[in-house]
Design a protein around this ligand. Structure first.
Ligand SMILES: [Zn+2]
Length: 202
């Protein structure tokens, strides 16, 4: 049925974002075919290459996992198709997969939800990390260094009850950090939202 080959290739990689290792994967796939990185493209969400008069652009469409689309700038040609095939092979070898247009349309709303979930998990993570970096006085609410024996705010000496509460807080924060880091890793790997652990509390 399809007489015109679609010029865009959608690829999903089991990683959070377009970071250095993913950029390197694409470079290594294209360099042997003579594609050169275009230094004018300095977006954190895109990459661009040129080969003679041909130009190719890779654009991020989603994070957690990374979803990109690759296509020609200008008229599609066999060198573009060859580049797309090279990138697809590299992504498949790296544990990723390719996406059809139809799958992409179905997936994009989910990508949005996944990104929101990732932001929430990052927030939980940084809140829990703050709890480990300082101890809070239950009396005046001031923050002190964890090893402090006296509150930096009201100068009273921390009691055994304070220490027990502090210990419980540290345990909760450590568990939250563990959960949030696991969830972020699972989001990046592509574990479906329904199968992720609950993100409440913390
Ligand atoms: Zn105090």
């Amino acid at each position: 049925m399809e007489l015109v080959r679609r010029p865009y290739t959608h690829l999903l990689l089991p990683h959070a974002a377009l970071d250095d290792p993913q950029r390197a994967l694409f470079q290594v796939a294209l360099r042997p075919a003579g594609w050169v990185t275009d230094p004018a493209e300095n977006s954190t969400m895109a990459l661009r290459w040129t080969r003679g008069h041909a130009a190719l652009r890779l654009q991020t469409l989603g994070w957690f996992p990374l979803l990109v689309t690759v296509g020609p700038i200008g008229k599609p040609s066999p060198v573009h198709r060859d580049a797309a095939a090279r990138l697809t092979a590299a992504v498949l070898a790296g544990g990723g997969r390719s996406f059809s247009d139809k799958q992409l349309v179905e997936y994009l709303p989910q990508a949005q939800l996944r990104w929101q979930r990732a932001l929430l998990e990052r927030q939980r993570l940084s809140t829990a990390e703050r709890m480990l970096q300082a101890r809070r006085c239950s009396y005046c609410g001031a923050w002190s260094d964890p090893p402090a024996t006296h509150c930096a705010g009201c100068r009273r000496r921390f009691t055994a009850a304070d220490d027990a509460e502090r210990e419980a807080t540290v345990d909760r924060a450590t568990a939250t950090i563990d959960e949030a880091e696991t969830t972020l890793a699972e989001l990046a790997r592509g574990v479906v939202l329904e199968r992720l652990g609950g993100g409440s509390g913390g």
